[in-house]
Write a protein that binds this ligand. Structure first.
Ligand code: ATP
Ligand code: BTN
Length: 263
């Protein structure tokens, strides 16, 4: 597998506001950590960090993201939004939708598992980890996305739960092409996160591609375990859960783990 071609990416992404500056690392612990370090040094909005090899890729709650060198597209985008920090939770649902759109361009019928994963054929193909940072009165978001592109197999427990674009479609798509497609899909979606009408329209499409909506689910988080029906998502992309006693409760994405109960 060839290393990521920076020149080809710069040409293809010229003018893209999510790739104003492209940083490609041969090896790093986590592109999210690298992007946060760059943010602290004043890197601009739209700094894109890519890595050929991640040695300590992270999911939520300190869980690991396994990354086979050269087979997984590992990317983090640094955002310095002009919208208020209260709207920052909108970024992860927007990213999940963009990932699904891009995977569909390459023939994978991807769906969104709330809050932060893309699934194809019941298996996880992509995960998103958005992290918020503050510097004085300013804030930034690092949106990290991992996409399984070229893996032919997965080891250990992931063998049952993970899949890749190659496994699903039989297509060998270069990592650069997947990254370019994702950034193209994310650009209008991220731009819409500061606008209520644009975000509402985006959430309509999100509902259409959700494999969580309407399902019986169990949510486990620091606040306890909740079971019910995933009834809807709100204007920040939070999950509205109809519990068994009829109450409607709002679940934040943060630290919550979700399992569908009917599969
Ligand atoms: P949950 O399913 O509990 O709601 P999640 O799927 O959003 O959580 P995280 O809590 O962010 O996952 O943690 C990442 C999880 O993703 C790991 O625990 C592991 O199960 C899974 N995982 C790790 N690497 C890969 C990969 N390359 N492909 C698919 N799944 C992976
Ligand atoms: C999840 O599985 O729910 C989230 C996984 C997020 C993985 C990506 S890979 C690029 C970026 N760097 C990280 O350490 N995590 C994210």
């Amino acid at each position: 597998m060839a290393k990521i071609d920076k020149r080809a990416l710069e040409q293809a992404l010229a003018g893209n506001p999510l790739a104003r500056r492209i940083v490609i690392l041969e090896e790093t612990e986590s592109t999210n950590l690298a992007a946060k370090a760059l943010a602290a040094q004043g890197a601009p909005d739209g700094t894109l960090v890519l890595a050929y090899r991640q040695t300590a890729g992270r999911g939520r709650r300190g869980r690991a993201w396994e990354c086979e060198a050269g087979a997984c597209a590992c990317m983090s985008v640094l955002l310095r939004p002009s919208f208020p920090m209260e709207l920052a939770p909108r970024i992860t649902p927007a990213a999940a939708l963009g990932v699904c759109h891009a995977l569909r361009v390459y023939g994978a019928e991807a769906f969104i598992k709330w809050p932060n994963d893309a699934y194809v054929g019941g298996k996880k193909i992509s995960g998103i980890l958005s992290e918020l940072g503050t510097l004085g009165k300013d804030y930034f978001i690092v949106c990290g996305i991992g996409i399984n592109v070229l893996q032919r197999s997965f080891a250990g427990p992931l063998a049952q739960t993970a899949t890749s674009l190659l496994l699903e479609t039989g297509r060998t798509v270069a990592l650069e092409q997947v990254i370019i497609a994702i950034l193209a899909a994310l650009t209008p979606l991220f731009a819409g996160c500061g606008n209520d009408a644009a975000y509402a329209a985006m959430m309509e499409e999100y509902r259409r591609l959700s494999c969580t909506l309407g399902r019986a689910v169990t949510l486990t988080g620091p606040g306890g375990v909740y079971s019910g029906i995933a009834e809807d998502f709100d204007a920040l992309g939070r999950l509205l859960l109809r519990t068994e006693d009829g109450a409607l409760i709002t679940m934040q994405a943060g630290d919550v783990s979700l399992r569908n109960r009917d599969n």
